[in-house]
Design a protein around this ligand. Sequence first.
Ligand code: AMO
Length: 443
Amino acid sequence: MEKRTYIGDLSQHVGESVTIMGWVSVRRDQGKMVFFDFRDMTGSVQGVVLPKSAAIETAKDVRVESAVAVTGLVNKRPEKNVQEGKQNGDIELQIERVEVLGAAATLPFELGADLHLETHLDNLPLTLKTQRSRDIFHMQSSILDAYRTSLKLQGFTEFVAPALVGGDAEGGSAVFKVDYFNDKTAYLATSPQFYKQIMVGPFERAFTVAKIFRAERSATTRHLSEATCMDFEMGFIENEKEPMRVLEKTIKDTVKFVAEKHADIFERFHTSVPLVPDEIPILTLREAQDILGVPHEPDMEPENERQICEWSKKEKGSDFIFITRYPTKKRAFYTYEDPSESPYSRGFDLLFRGLEINSGAQRIHDHDTLVARMKERGFDPAKFVFYLQAFRYGMPPHGGSSTGLERFTARMLEIPNVKEATAFPRDMTRIDSRLSEAPEFES
Ligand code: AMO
């Protein structure tokens, strides 16, 4: 096989005959000539098959999205045909040979056309190839990269958390049961919570990128059955402000990284780089409710989350806002409550462009207090003996938080549904293909 030249390097090969490999994005027949746009992982280029070319016969059957190897001469375009500002806008490949490596069937719709989300999801092996999807998942890959790098630079060590667990960390009911183990009921993890707390022991600062599974009984634009969380936990803290500061730094580093790397993607999504001031504003739940003029409920409605984000953007120049001081009874059982601050907890949420993307807290680190809290919530401490060991062998005051990768990506590009920011989303109605009957659900 001939040596492959990447499309992104073609401008260094003007006047030479080269072989590129990639996909056919566009095919245009003009009289006896055929024009193609080809793309590989480095970019795109236009090619032309002239009527006298040896490739004219094979070119007849080359359909859009076929994978091809194309040999041709890299020509400078005449001045009048130069497309300013476009990659390879000043060159064109004069095609001498086309080899189809993987033929594409006739497409069910034009790639890049506006599709109903369900149609998009039904056809992911095809639709993930669109510019829009490639942009979303390039952005996601960069978010992961930047998040990891930032935490590592802040002294955190990455570990791999298990997905099969013996108990539900969040104490909720939205858990998938696994029917396999003889003498133990197993579940799919709703959070790596217990494991990241345990890892404070060996590492002091630990983080994980983990799959979480939630048997959500609602179909919304922000819930998935399987999601990805970027979780960290740190020891020797005074209060929840320390994990909030670590999170703030991580968010800032991530936004800076994607702003530098993906200006073109923000432009294609008609959105801008998120605003992150030096200090992300912090409101207590009550303060937020007073600003909005709504009653002092123990939690925030999604509509209120949207409104307080609008306020934050307008008044504080920030697309992010922390909400603190939720009532302890509304938070997970391991959340710390200082007696002087009762009945409020040291938990926090981070909202981004209208949506909660992160939850965190200082945790209870005293063994007996934790056991008492479990009993209060009706949990049997005997089921948590494994986790509780950490609290018997020197657990310092600690805290951390968890960012949902899909939600973060979706709000970064102002995509309305989190499912579009998930390469292979699972929800009540879909595992790859649509399930014939949705399970019953209450709310
Ligand atoms: P929480 O349950 O708030 O906290 O989850 C943390 C973050 O994970 C994301 N997330 C989801 N994303 C999509 N679909 C879902 N069903 C879903 N559930 C959660 C959200 C959310 O903010 N252990 C605590 C975290 C901690 O205290 O460190 C926890 O799991 O972005």
